[in-house]
Design a protein around this ligand. Sequence first.
Ligand code: NAP
Length: 324
Amino acid sequence: MKKRLVVQGRLSDAQLATLNDLFDVSVLPKTTALNDPDNHALLAEAHGIIGSGLAITPQLLDATPNLEVVATISVGYDNLPVEELTKRGIMLCNTPDVLTETTADTGFTLIMATARRVVELAEWVKAGKWQASIGPALFGSDVHGKTLGMIGFGRIGQAVARRGALGFGMQVRYSNASPKPALEQELGAVRCELDELLATSDFVCVTVPLTADTERLIGAQQFALMQPSAIFINIARGKVVDESALINALENGVIQAAGLDVFEQEPLPAASPLLNMPNVVALPHIGSATHETRDAMAQRAVDNVRLALQGEKPISLVNEEVNQ
Ligand code: NAP
């Protein structure tokens, strides 16, 4: 008998066909809550779940006694109960690497857009306000040659830094759990304490995962250390930052601008003061959102789930201890 797989995420027809050949596949719409009573019978028999934004809780796991693998179509897994999955011997797979360059592109887009005031000025032109050549009030800041401070220096952090150092002649500083001597060699990057990085960087870019240690890592105290001309970029997770402290810092000129792909609450509520600030570029969590990359992420998740349910080691296994 084929193993049973629940899909709740965007897969191509070809990816679904691959899974259908191997498994008994049920596709749930994104709008359906996984724990909806209508899904109980399905989950009770499921061996695998694949998708994005999966609402998996310990209570839901109580109802999935046969579950062997959860494959999230994302690199971040802060929304998933890793310990609980591990305790129950359920593999958790994610999709690192295939989204690194695209997410770094998003980070650099935000660096450029905030420094050169691209969104604000493009809206100004569209509003018919360009009637004479512009003056200093609308000038931006240089990016090339400036200091780029990376908070988190993993795959995505390094890819952003590479763009800055090699493309824009930026000096790279980083604060990270472990040192990265190869990158120090390659990019001339300098590791420093977080406080020093905040005080000395023109651009501060956050790429740490959201964990108990990094939640609200950046708050009022940290913004106070930054230069008034500094630009803050977050492409990691909204909850790494105390968003009300960020709003205060922007409103009071503690920092110059912010480029944000992620927020404490997503979608960003219409009442958020961030939406009314010309010095904020806010994106709808598009870090990896290109056709090519989302397809590659889905393919990685398909490969992970296929290998796991066939008794082989998945390509990207988060909780390695389950497979030992
Ligand atoms: P990664 O390769 O695991 O890099 C994370 C880095 O953060 C690692 O270098 C790690 O240090 C460091 N780190 C972890 N905890 C830390 C702490 N408490 N203090 C200092 N450094 C710490 O992950 P990645 O692939 O670059 O992805 C990073 C995050 O980006 C993901 O977790 C996800 O939340 C976010 N993301 C967002 C989007 C988006 O759409 N905006 C897209 C993709 C990813 P070590 O090297 O010492 O382990």
